[in-house]
Design a protein around this ligand. Structure first.
Ligand code: FAD
Length: 415
């Protein structure tokens, strides 16, 4: 039996982009159905670093208060190259209302968003374990979604369908909107270890040796996420060499973790691999449909930009959609809203992407190139305004300089 639901907007995907948008729409009395294929929000290794601009937005949306104690504010970033510290940034010195990124596990963020949506239940419906399998179309306009659930098929009829179904978006495929997937030259292997007692829990660490680098990200509440690069598609080779090869790779970057990696990482299933690519989608919409978040612009993990742009997308799109519905909600008005949304967002996404790609190229340098990289980091290290300018492409695109709140952070459970 097929169930039918009707709403003004159908969002496919209950990740940061989809749920933030759904909440922002429901608050504005726009009715929304979210289809989420998973039955829970339990995801590890996913989008835990949240940029200062998004922290600022989450604060304005009233979410930070709900997450009290559930996140960790980060104060510093330190880059060591060939065993020497070449760059240190102290976020608390940046003159913005929210100068610091936070480490916020996605399950906590998504649960808080879903809870907020339920407070607007007359306009907000979250259907879990519902996988979008097809688009409903009439005369070339998308008018909803077909989804598979454990109880049979569901059809959601909506004037606007939003693809918020992530980096491998099926809705983007089904929409036939053209896109290009640009692979980066290297992939990243992730693993999690207990947080080492001798490290400061508010510092991001980047360690570089030649063309190898590792990211060491304090992870709320008591562990560290470790990501290190391997050649594109190189996981098979690494695995063939066995776990000792992984241990030795990490030893070169962070000898302090030698004991922990050997006792905690006992099989390859304790690691996960991120195929790094970015996606370029020239047009984010077609009649009745708009793409947001990773579905519109997959980014790389550098400086944690995916969640940031997913949230900014949502708060940009919601008022445009609300206005379009207020004006009558015709396909032409909704298309105009989608055009304005893309126009408002693509430059900012492009800036973050360019910064990430520059950074990735720097990481990959070796030999004389590595000498140049170290010199460059040292130049930046000596100038606070330069640090601020470099980080602005990722961290400070929305906030205006003003009084900051780092001196009185919201409490985190571990200092
Ligand atoms: C290993 C890893 C580490 C990362 N670390 C960071 C980080 O530290 N900071 C950061 O900012 N970003 C990080 N990212 C990127 C970040 O996770 C994404 O950019 C962000 O989650 C994008 O949000 P989204 O809502 O667009 O997509 P997603 O978070 O991918 O959410 C998409 C949702 O759609 C659902 N879905 C998919 N297909 C369907 C379907 N057919 N029907 C119904 N539902 C569907 C999925 O279950 C999912 O819930 C990381 C990504 C990975 C993979």
């Amino acid at each position: 039996m097929t169930d039918e639901l009707t709403a003004q907007v159908c969002v496919v995907g209950g990740g940061p982009a989809g749920l933030t948008l759904a909440v922002e729409l429901a608050k504005r009395a726009v009715s929304v159905v979210v289809l989420e294929q998973s039955g829970h929000f339990d995801r590890s290794f996913r989008g835990e670093s949240v940029s200062p601009d998004s922290v600022w937005l989450l604060d304005r949306l009233g979410l930070l208060d709900r997450l009290e104690g559930g996140y960790q504010q980060m104060h510093r970033m330190e880059i060591m190259d060939a065993g020497r510290r070449v760059l240190r940034a102290d976020f608390t010195r940046f003159p913005y209302p929210h100068p610091c990124p936070v480490e916020l596990p996605q399950p906590a963020l998504l649960s808080a968003l879903a809870g907020m949506g339920e407070e607007h239940a007359e306009h907000f419906t979250l259907v879990r374990r519902a996988t979008a399998t097809g688009l409903l179309e009439e005369d070339g306009t998308v008018c909803g979604v077909r989804a598979r659930t454990p109880h049979g098929e569901v059809r959601v009829r909506a004037a606007l369908t939003v693809a918020a179904d992530g980096r491998f978006s099926k809705v983007r495929e089904m929409s036939r909107l053209p896109y290009t997937r640009v692979p980066l030259e290297r992939d990243v292997v992730w693993l999690k270890l207990p947080f080492p007692a001798q490290w400061d829990a508010r510092t991001y660490r980047i360690r570089i040796q030649g063309d190898q680098h590792g990211l060491f990200i304090p992870t709320h509440p008591d562990s560290v996420r470790v990501g290190f690069n391997i050649p594109k598609g190189g996981l098979k080779d690494l695995r063939a060499q066995g776990l000792p090869a992984l241990y030795e790779r990490l030893d070169r970057l962070a000898p302090e973790l030698s004991g922990a990696v050997r006792s905690e990482i006992r099989s390859w299933s304790d690691t996960s691999m991120l195929d790094i690519f970015t996606t370029l989608v020239p047009r984010w919409h077609r009649p009745g449909l708009v793409l947001t978040g990773d579905a519109a612009h997959t980014l790389t993990p550098i400086l944690g930009q995916g969640v940031n742009h997913a949230i900014i997308d949502a708060v940009t799109l919601a008022p445009l959609v609300q206005s379009a519905f207020r004006a009558g909600g015709t396909p032409a008005q909704l298309t105009r809203a989608a055009e304005r949304f893309q126009h408002a967002r693509e430059t900012s996404v492009g800036k973050s992407r360019a910064l990430q790609l520059r950074q990735e190229r720097l990481f990959a340098l070796h030999g004389a190139g590595a000498l140049l990289r170290r010199a460059l980091y040292r130049v930046v290290d000596h100038s606070q305004p330069l640090k601020q300018r470099v980080l602005a492409g990722a961290y400070f695109q929305l906030q205006k300089p003003g009084p900051h709140q780092a001196a009185a952070p919201r409490p985190a459970s571990r200092v």
